[in-house]
Design a protein. Sequence first.
Length: 483
Amino acid sequence: MPGWLRRRTSPIRNVGIIPADVIVYRDGGDAVAVDGKTKEVIARSTDHAEVIQTAIANGNHIYIVGGTYEIGTSITVKNNVEIVGEYGSTVLKMADGANLIFGIFKIYYEKENVRISGLVLDGNREHQNSKSYCIAIRRSSRIIIENNIIKNAYTAGIGLYTGSGETKNNKIIIRNNVFENNKFDIYDNTYGSEDVQVVNNIFIEAEDHVIRVLNSNRWIVGKNKFILKNNGVAFVTSGAMNQIIGNTFKYVMNPPTTVYAILFGAETSADLYTEKFVISNNVIDATDITGNIEAIYLHGYDGQPTVRDGVIEGNVIVNVKYGVIATYPSHVIIVNNVIKGCDTGIRLVSCSYNKAFNNIFVNCGTGISEESAADHNEIKLNYIINSTTPITKVGANTIVTKNIGYPTEGSSVATFSGDGTTTQFKVEHGLVSAPSKIIVTPISADAKDFSYATADDTYIYFNFSTAPPSGTDNVKLSWYAEV
């Protein structure tokens, strides 16, 4: 028996559940479970999963002492239980070939009030050959997964599953964990979950997606750090009121194909919508990386606006191919973002009734590109610096106005010297193309016979019915023009 156990003290502090109802520790090849108060042995076996399962059956506050525990069968978690380990030292490792489709921990069927903390959950993916998870959650609520290291999962570190017609998982908190080398870090399959918080985690180099969520509502993905080599966070099929806020996405290697840091997509049916979403105050950085990285990608279904009513605000996007690519969405506001060093800052593709306001573009090949059947969008008050093509517009009803770096309106006072014979004077307008609207007001007595104005891509031409008299700077016209 370990000395700390004989002294009736715990080997760690501040684990949040002391005194434990049951304590599990390694003794030689065995795992041993003892009563937290009497230290009576409850279970001893080389089957470590069985010992932990027995500990859960005999208590609500389980403490697992540092050491490596080989898990060959899923551990079923009951209601109202805390399972806590010694952070960084308590390792639950999936046994070779175990392929635990229900996870190292199985939290299934109306389970609630569960907390798992301070463990290293190792999915041992190199020695699995079919679907398996570190934690699997189905039809459960009020689950807290915190302060763990979750790694090497063949399928996903945390798998959330709901069957057809079942109550969704809800009120799940996933916080302060480190995820590393999983295929997916968090995967929510088929029918979705609700009221999930994923906050303050570190995600390191997921093989496929970091987080992939289907048919889910009211998720908050916030203040996480993503170290990426592939796709980041995806909300797909349908869902409402999901938020991605205050995260850092850093690409550290060239991706194998076209990837995205953030995706909202409703791509399977014209009757399913992804809506009322927020993407705010994230940093997406691919400095020193080459490849087809789309920082934020919105994609509707087959030309239909199935992605709608969202806000993309206050993000900083650096050195990706496309900052925001919006294909088919409607009523999305893209505002106050800073986009640097991209091929195209914002692409609006076959979409309508979206707004791009107050964004800053620096060193982008194209600032904002409206493409294909896009129309009825508003592009205004953006600041575009050093772009080869600041803005392209295709929609007849799209409004493009008051953008710095892409002047579509201008005004000034034109001053000329009359000679008694000249009836036409010209001035450079400095706009992106020939203005369609010109307002001219004579402001000197010798300009009183001004008649009309015309324009081309470079000049405004002021035409007089009678030549102004000779004089120095005696012909003055106030003008306003817009494209």
